[in-house]
Design a protein around this ligand. Structure first.
Ligand SMILES: [Zn+2]
Length: 289
């Protein structure tokens, strides 16, 4: 077989002994570092496919960007729930290029936390009866209107002139908060897949010198133990959050999140109101006449 440009067969072809236009001459980048001795192979079989990116739920950590998480719980008095991109986990492979072991992203996991809770001094509305028959609920004539009102305003109202200060109502349903958070969470995986190529480029900048005797496994361990790897993961997490999730979720609070809550609380509120009405209890402004 002719030794032509595009044929990387000496001493061994990149992929096969056949001429392949994608192969580069062995004196260019078509080499693998094996125990310090470059061989004529560039590994491409582990190139990362963004669609294989996935999510993992973890416990909330200390994130300096959020004062609500300082002791791993929601402390802010107006925060019911929080979905948060905590970190990314990236596994790497290496290939030889230019006499170095260069990192290649092998897997990408986006680690998120999701927290829900009642606001301080808030109680759970419990309707354990059948739909339309909440006779086993935790309300009575004295409390039903307060519950219906609380549900109708999704458990809290903004104080005048301050969108971040809330007056919490006494009653709410945690599942509504969960559904609200799930509206945010729905963006996380698509955002991670969209961020994956950019994150892959960040990882590609990591490398280890191909010194004599160094194996591929040692090179991977060296890169993973480096400060640059830790910085790359922080950068990758920022790309996921600031570059994608933030923009994808920017309209969640202009309708979708509240709608998700209403889907949970409205039927309960209606059940309570109907029960009150059929039992001739005092009228309530939060219940339709
Ligand atoms: Zn929200």
């Amino acid at each position: 077989m002719a030794d032509t440009k595009g044929d990387c067969k000496k001493p061994k072809d990149c992929k096969s002994q056949d001429i392949d236009d994608k192969d580069l001459p062995e004196d260019q980048i078509c080499k693998e570092c094996d125990k310090g001795s470059p061989k004529d192979k560039t590994e491409t079989e582990n190139v990362f496919n963004p669609t294989s990116a996935d999510l993992a739920k973890i416990e909330p950590g200390d994130d300096p960007m959020l004062n609500v998480e300082k002791d791993k719980t929601l402390k802010d008095e107006s925060t019911y729930g929080l979905t948060w991109p905590e970190s990314v986990t990236v596994d790497i492979d290496v290939r030889c290029e230019g006499g170095k072991f260069k990192a290649e992203m092998k897997s990408l996991i986006g680690n998120y936390s999701l927290q829900t809770r009642f606001l301080p001094h808030q109680h759970k509305v419990s309707v354990t009866g059948k739909p339309g028959d909440p006779s086993l609920g935790n309300f009575d004539e004295g409390s039903y209107c307060n519950q219906a009102l609380s549900l109708s305003v999704l458990g809290k109202v903004s104080l005048p002139n301050d969108q971040w200060e809330y007056l919490p109502y006494e009653w709410y349903i945690l599942d509504a908060v969960q559904k609200h958070e799930e509206v945010h969470l729905a963006h996380y995986l698509p955002a991670l897949k969209n961020a994956a190529p950019e994150i892959g480029d960040i990882i590609k900048k990591l490398s280890a010198d191909a010194t004599p005797g160094k194996t591929k496994e040692q090179a991977i361990a060296e890169i993973k133990g480096s400060d640059k790897y830790k910085s790359a993961l922080v950068e990758a997490r920022d790309v996921w959050f600031q570059g994608h999730i933030f923009w994808d979720a920017i309209d969640d609070h202009n309708g979708p999140a509240a709608e998700a809550e209403h889907k949970v609380v409205d039927p309960v509120k209606n059940s309570i109101c109907n029960y009150a009405k059929t039992h001739g209890w005092a009228t309530c402004a939060a219940c339709s006449p």
